[in-house]
Design a protein around this ligand. Structure first.
Ligand SMILES: NC(=O)c1ccc[n+]([C@@H]2O[C@H](COP(=O)([O-])OP(=O)(O)OC[C@H]3O[C@@H](n4cnc5c(N)ncnc54)[C@H](O)[C@@H]3O)[C@@H](O)[C@H]2O)c1
Length: 446
C-alpha cells in the first residue's frame, strides 16, 4: 500500500473536524509534492539552431545536466552541417536524440521552423553571433525559452534588439541563459566574490588578456571557389569568424570571456575605450575583414583604467588571464574550464588568498551548469533572465573594436544610442555582405 493510500484511509476512519483538517493539509502537501515532482521530471524538449561544434556540445551538456531532456528539432543553413551534426549528436546522446526526419531543417529560414516547432520547449542558439538577435526574437515571439551563446550582438542595432527581446521574454515568463561560462565556474566565482568582499581593497585598475594562436579556416582553394569566393554567402557562412558582421571580430567572438569578467569584477560597464589594432599576419582575403590584434584601455567609473590586449597570431605566446588591482593588493585569475586558478597578493607580494581551481568535471562543469540552471528555472516557474549582462559585455567588446577601427575614443553611452548596424533585420542570401578592412582615421563610428 502506498503512503498516499494510507493517508486517505486513516483520514476517512477518523471522520472528525480535526481529522478533516489534517486530511486537507496532508492532501495538499501530497498534491504539492507530486506536482513539484512532476514539474521536476517534466520532459524538456530542446531545439538546436546552428548545428556546429558548440551547438553539438551544448546539446550534450543539456542532456547530461538533468533528467528527461531530449533533442527534438534541428536547423542549419547548410544540409551537410545539419546531417553531420545529427549523426555526431546521436552517437553522443543516444536515446535522448529524438529528432524525427520531418524536424530537421536546412536553409536560410530553417531557424524559423525550429523556433516555432510545437514540440520545442527551449532553443539553443549557436549560429554565428551576427544572427543571434534574429533567432532570439523568433524564439521569444513563439513563446520558447532560450540558451544563447556569446556574444549576443555585434553592433548598436543588435544590442538594443536583444534587450528588447529580453523585455518581451520577461513579460511572457520566458527564461534566457547565456554562454559566458566563467560565471558558472566555482573557482572563478570564488575569486570574484573575494574582490567584491574587499579582499584587495578598492579596485583601481586591471590587466586583461586574450592572446591565442590562429583559429580554424574551413576548406581550401577548390572549396572556396565552390562556395562563391571570398565574398560569397556560402564562404562567409562557413568561415564566419573572419567577417565582423557575423562574428563581431575576435575581440567580441572570443575575448568577450575576459572582458565580461572585468565588468563582473568591477560590477560595472566601462565609460569608454581608446586604443588600436590591425592585421599583420592574417591579411590575405580568406580572412575577411577582421583584425588579428587589439590593444585598448577601458576607463571605468571612479578613475579606474583597464589595459586589455587580444591577439590571434600563430606562433605568438599565448596569455589568457585577468589581473585585478586594488588599493590593498592584486588578484590574478587564470581561467581553465572548470578549474581556474586564482591568487591574491598584498602590495608586498605576499600571498593572502588562493584557489587551486579544483576541477569541476563531468556533469558539474560550467557548460553543463548553464543548462541545469536554465532547466531548473523553467521547471520551478522562476525563469532566469540574464540577457542584460551579456549584452553589456558584448557592447563593451564592440566599443573596443570600434575605438581601434576608427582611431577615436568611443563611449559606452555613444554605442548604446548609436546607429552602427552591421547586422541585418532578417536572414536572407543578401545578408552576407563583406565590408572593407577598417582603416583608423578613415573609418567612422556612427
Ligand atoms: N562559450 C564558449 O566557450 C564557446 C565556444 C565555442 C563557440 N562559442 C560560440 O558558439 C557560437 C557557434 O560557434 P561554433 O564554434 O559552434 O561555430 P560553427 O561554425 O561550428 O557552427 C555554427 C553553425 O551555424 C550555422 N549557420 C550559419 N548561418 C546560419 C543561419 N543563417 N541559420 C542557421 N544556421 C546557420 C553554420 O552552418 C554552422 O554549422 C558562436 O557564437 C561562438 O562564439 C562559444
Amino acid at each position: 500500500m502506498t503512503d498516499k493510500a494510507n493517508t486517505t484511509r486513516r483520514s476517512f476512519v477518523q471522520n472528525t473536524a480535526a481529522g478533516s483538517a489534517a486530511l486537507f493539509a496532508a492532501g495538499m502537501s501530497t498534491f504539492r509534492a507530486v506536482h513539484a515532482q512532476d514539474s521536476q521530471t517534466k520532459p524538456m524538449r530542446v531545439g538546436l539552431v546552428g548545428c556546429g561544434g558548440r551547438g553539438s556540445g551544448a546539446v550534450a551538456n543539456a542532456v547530461s545536466s538533468t533528467d528527461n531532456v531530449k533533442l527534438v528539432a534541428m536547423a542549419d543553413l547548410a544540409k551537410d552541417r545539419l546531417d553531420g551534426a545529427a549523426a555526431g549528436i546521436q552517437t553522443s546522446i543516444g536515446a535522448a536524440f529524438d529528432v524525427k526526419p520531418d524536424a530537421r531543417f536546412h536553409g536560410v529560414e530553417a531557424y524559423k521552423q525550429v523556433c516555432s516547432h510545437p514540440d520545442v520547449d527551449y532553443v539553443i542558439h549557436t549560429t554565428p553571433p551576427g544572427l543571434r538577435h534574429i533567432t532570439l526574437r523568433e524564439a521569444v515571439e513563439n513563446g520558447k525559452h532560450s540558451f544563447v551563446e556569446k556574444p549576443v550582438c555585434v553592433d548598436s542595432h543588435s544590442y538594443r534588439h536583444v534587450l528588447e527581446s529580453g523585455e518581451m521574454a520577461k513579460a511572457k515568463g520566458l527564461a534566457i541563459v547565456t554562454g559566458t561560462q566563467y560565471r558558472r565556474e566555482n573557482s572563478y566565482k570564488a575569486a570574484i566574490e573575494q574582490i567584491h568582499n574587499g579582499l584587495i581593497g578598492e579596485l583601481v585598475g586591471a590587466y586583461a588578456y586574450y592572446c591565442t594562436g590562429s583559429l580554424w579556416l574551413r576548406g581550401q582553394q577548390a572549396d572556396w571557389e565552390k562556395w562563391g569566393g571570398f565574398d560569397g554567402m556560402e564562404y562567409q557562412m562557413r568561415n564566419w569568424l573572419y567577417f565582423a558582421w557575423l562574428s563581431g571580430d575576435h575581440i567580441a567572438e572570443q575575448a568577450i570571456h575576459n572582458i565580461d569578467a572585468i565588468n563582473w569584477g568591477f560590477d560595472s560597464n566601462p565609460i569608454s575605450a581608446y586604443g588600436s589594432g590591425g592585421r599583420i599576419s592574417r591579411n590575405q582575403p580568406q580572412y575577411g575583414d577582421i583584425y588579428d590584434h587589439f590593444s585598448l584601455d577601458y576607463d571605468y567609473p571612479g578613475g579606474a583604467r583597464v589595459s586589455f590586449k587580444c591577439r590571434q597570431i600563430a606562433g605568438a605566446a599565448a596569455r589568457v588571464t585577468n589581473r585585478f588591482i586594488g588599493t590593498k593588493g592584486t588578484m590574478d585569475i587564470r581561467p581553465n574550464p572548470g578549474r581556474s586558478a586564482s591568487v591574491a597578493k598584498n602590495h608586498k607580494g605576499e600571498r593572502i588568498w588562493n584557489h587551486n581551481g579544483r576541477p569541476q568535471s563531468g556533469n558539474n562543469q560550467p557548460y553543463v551548469e548553464e543548462h541545469r540552471a536554465l532547466i531548473e528555472s523553467i521547471r520551478n516557474g522562476t525563469p532566469i533572465m540574464e540577457i542584460q549582462g551579456v549584452a553589456d559585455s558584448s557592447l563593451t567588446c564592440i566599443i573596443g573594436r570600434e575605438a581601434a577601427y576608427s582611431g577615436q575614443e568611443i563611449t559606452f553611452e555613444q554605442a548604446q544610442k548609436g546607429m552602427l548596424k552591421l547586422s541585418p533585420d532578417d536572414i536572407t542570401a543578401d545578408s552576407y555582405k563583406v565590408r572593407p578592412v577598417p582603416v583608423p582615421g578613415e573609418y567612422k563610428f556612427s
